[in-house]
Write a protein that binds this ligand. Structure first.
Ligand code: SF4
Ligand code: SF4
Length: 281
């Protein structure tokens, strides 16, 4: 068994400072690393990019950010599309597009379902993030993006596959578009912040003719009579239940406070929902 590189990215920790994006630029702009990667062009390439996702509606709105790059897939479509062995997977799992052998092979760009490969017009080569293989081979223990991230959103680790699967299960890690069957080595923590929906609302109660926040009210979310989520309102009377699949249809919400109850129904489409103010009666 050999130990292979994997990267864990925690979406919850990324605040879009883009230092990791700049670190990859700094590493590769104007720098050739023979056998690993030719220099990255000054413009247009995002070997590591940050994707943004907004969820909810006023006043319950969130913005989340997710670094994306080559996933160093175990079953990589780019490898299958390459001719002359131009794309190889090293024993440590890192996928390298050979800057010499890949010359003229534009089909490698199109083969990547994640859009992680960029075409270098000047050099006529496809290029992607190399997991800082040149640095790891020189004894580095972290990638540059990982080293510079102020929030600790990245965690690279070189472990056997069985150990990685154990960590994946233990930490609830996910990969991007698993249905593609490419078996990525980049794993995401809290990916639901990008891919799933939440529903939320505010609960109010009438106290002597004055509307006040209903703190501590119980909120139960049901679908077809089955409970799928439960929470309690905060001091502002607000509540939120997360990890609902987009387009999952009709739900019922039951709010119960000290002085009353409120029942509502709603449909969940492709985006998160704010159900507004619910008055306990
Ligand atoms: S450096 Fe860290 S916090 Fe900043 S954009 Fe990159 S992953 Fe996000
Ligand atoms: S993410 Fe794209 S470029 Fe990277 S290994 Fe997978 S298929 Fe190839």
């Amino acid at each position: 068994m050999s130990r292979k590189w994997n990267m864990i990215v925690d979406v919850e920790r990324c605040d879009n400072c883009r230092v990791c994006f700049l670190a990859v630029k700094d590493e590769h702009n104007g720098n050739d690393f023979p056998g690993y990667a030719a220099a990255q062009p000054a413009q247009g390439h995002k070997w590591l990019d940050i994707v943004r996702k907004e969820r909810g509606a006023y006043p319950l709105v969130e913005a989340h950010f997710m670094p994306v790059m080559c996933n160093h897939c175990d079953d990589a479509p780019c490898m299958k599309a390459a001719k002359n062995g131009a794309v190889t997977r090293r024993p440590d799992g890192i996928v390298i597009i050979d800057p010499e052998k890949a010359k003229g092979q534009r089909q490698i760009v199109e083969a990547c379902p994640y859009g992680a490969v960029y075409w270098n017009e000047e050099r006529q080569i496809p290029q992607a993030w190399i997991f800082d293989a040149h640095l790891l081979d020189a004894g580095w223990t972290q990638t540059r993006a990982e080293q510079c991230c102020p929030t600790g959103a990245f965690r690279s680790l070189q472990v056997e596959d069985a150990e990685m699967q154990r960590i994946r299960a233990e930490e609830g890690l996910e990969v991007l578009q698993p249905e593609l069957g490419t078996k990525p080595r980049v794993y995401y923590k809290n990916l639901h912040l990008m891919t799933q929906c939440f529903v939320g609302g505010s609960v109010a109660v009438d106290v002597n003719g004055v509307e006040e926040c209903a703190a501590g009210a119980s909120v139960v979310l049901k679908q077809g009579g089955r409970e799928v989520g439960r929470t309690t309102t905060d001091v502002f009377g607000e509540w939120k239940i997360d990890r609902l699949p987009p387009g999952s249809g009709r739900y019922q919400v039951e709010v119960t406070g000290k002085t009353g109850r409120h029942v509502a129904e709603f449909d969940l489409g492709s985006e998160s929902r704010y159900l507004g103010v619910m008055k306990l009666a």
